[in-house]
Design a protein around this ligand. Structure first.
Ligand code: HEM
Length: 140
């Protein structure tokens, strides 16, 4: 009896971990899961801070908070097990006066960070396609 219970628990455990794995998507894994995403977002923000075209937007921003929120968001849209706890894109970028060139500049740094972390190009494109619809809420 004892053996059967242990065997049943083992089976249940392996089924559950399988289910959890199936839930977190391939894209999330290709981005290096939570720690890979945090590194990518950090590198992107370092690039942004060094880019005189757009650095001024971030002069008064709490960068640690922004890092946490963008990481949550990328984790969430890529199918990872994260909840995004920030404001909507429309609210948080309202009245900042961000234009297309600014948007493209930030995307350049995101791509450079993904390159740096050896994210496959197909996965890079998949993430960019998931972020693209946010353009209309960010750019004025
Ligand atoms: C796909 C592109 C982008 C994504 C996914 C994104 C994501 C985010 C997120 C998650 C936040 C935090 C929201 C909150 O405060 O609760 C935020 C804030 C902010 N973003 Fe973006 N963003 C994008 C593009 C841009 C661009 C192109 C700029 C400027 C060049 C920009 C400038 C800012 C600034 C200045 C804040 C801080 C606003 C504040 O705290 O008052 N973002 N963004």
């Amino acid at each position: 009896m004892k053996i059967w219970v242990s065997a049943a628990l083992l089976l249940l455990g392996s089924m559950m971990s399988g289910a959890i794995q199936a839930q977190s998507s391939e894209l999330y894994q290709q981005l290096g899961e939570r720690s890979g995403i945090e590194t990518i977002v950090e590198e992107m923000l370092l690039g942004v801070a060094d880019d005189e075209r757009i650095a001024h937007y971030f002069a008064d921003v709490d960068i640690l908070r922004l890092h946490k929120l963008i990481s949550e968001q990328v984790c969430n849209v890529s199918g990872g097990p994260c909840e995004y706890t920030g404001e909507s894109m429309a609210v948080s970028h309202n009245n900042l006066g961000i234009n297309n060139a600014d948007f493209n500049a930030l995307v350049e740094h995101l791509i450079a960070a993904m390159e740096q972390e050896n994210v496959p190009v197909s996965a890079q494109n998949e993430l960019l396609a998931l972020l693209a619809p946010m353009h209309q809420d960010i750019v004025e």
